[in-house]
Design a protein around this ligand. Structure first.
Ligand SMILES: [Fe+2]
Length: 300
């Protein structure tokens, strides 16, 4: 029988992000999936409490962290992958590989142009780019990287044993699906990616990248890391009874009126660098661009 991993689930409440430490119970090799840096935009301050908790989880269980797996270049939080890689290295662990899907190059091209990021700051941002259906392992646990485009063009899911870490491809049944209006996003591709997940065996656990539990009294629930394929097939409000055409029309109309994520400018500039900050200026500070829309009469 195939070996199943141990899955540790850690919720980051400010950005409602689920982070995961996944390990082989025998060999103790581990991956950390979608780790978050704590960012307070009003104070222009980044701290590492959430990332340190992931490191503590891995080290206290005796794991060797082999990989830092990004499902995609997130638009709503800053990645802690580089911080965790460097911290674990300084504590005597091997150099964990920061990994993402090969279509990150599409996102990097767009973002580096928009925010004037020098080529040399993104060229080696990631240690490994996954192709679709690429097989890898954590100890004795078999893993497959699944290309799941739609939310973003680079989006991957990671199938680890009988679990799939789906990022923002599919949210829980009462929330449905993620937006598709980031550069290269595509509602039709998202629908097909969701259908691909729903073709997996019904007992497969689908771990989400975010949960936004409703808080009103009649529907309140706790943030939940996963539901099964079977539960999604029966209850996902955006796909259970929808055709591809109807979903695409609804998703595009919805995305047109969605506000942009609060941290999108900072997140994109850090995340296409694999979690590294922009190079320090001659002041010894790291600067990011913040783009604003202004009346044309104010532009000189
Ligand atoms: Fe996302």
């Amino acid at each position: 029988m195939a070996m199943e991993p141990i899955v540790h689930t850690i919720f980051e409440p400010k950005t409602c992000s689920w982070q995961y430490v996944v390990a082989c119970p025998k060999e103790k090799e581990a991956a950390i999936i979608d780790p978050v840096l704590d960012f307070q935009p009003s104070l222009f301050r980044i701290t590492t409490e959430s990332a340190d908790a992931l490191i503590d989880c891995a080290l206290s269980h005796g794991y060797t962290v082999k990989m830092l797996l990004e499902t995609h270049a997130h638009g709503d939080h800053l990645s802690a992958s580089y911080y965790i890689q460097q911290t674990l290295w300084s504590r005597g662990q091997p150099h964990a590989q920061i990994c993402i899907g090969e279509n990150i190059t599409v996102v990097q091209a767009y973002v580096s142009h928009k925010y004037r990021i020098p080529k040399e700051e993104i060229d080696d941002a990631f240690n490994h780019l996954f192709q679709s259906d690429e097989v890898f392992s954590l100890g004795d646990v078999r893993c497959t990287a699944l290309h799941l485009p739609g939310h973003t063009p680079d989006h991957m899911g990671y199938q680890i044993g009988s679990n799939v870490f789906t990022g923002d491809t599919m949210f829980h049944p009462d929330i449905g699906s993620g937006r598709c209006d980031f550069p290269g996003g595509d509602a039709r591709k998202l629908f097909r990616s969701m259908k691909r997940l729903l073709e997996l065996p019904p007992e497969t656990k689908l771990y989400t990248g975010h949960d936004y539990p409703p808080s009103n009294e009649s529907t309140a629930r706790q943030a939940t890391p996963y539901v099964t394929v079977g539960e999604q097939q029966q209850n996902n409000k955006h796909v259970k009874d929808s055709t591809e055409g109807a979903f695409v029309q609804w998703r595009n109309a919805r995305d047109e009126v969605m506000p942009e994520p609060e941290l999108v400018h900072q997140a994109m500039q850090v995340n296409v660098r694999g979690g590294k900050m922009p190079r320090k200026s001659h002041h010894g500070k790291a600067y990011m661009l913040y783009l604003i829309e202004v009346p044309s009469t104010l532009i000189c």
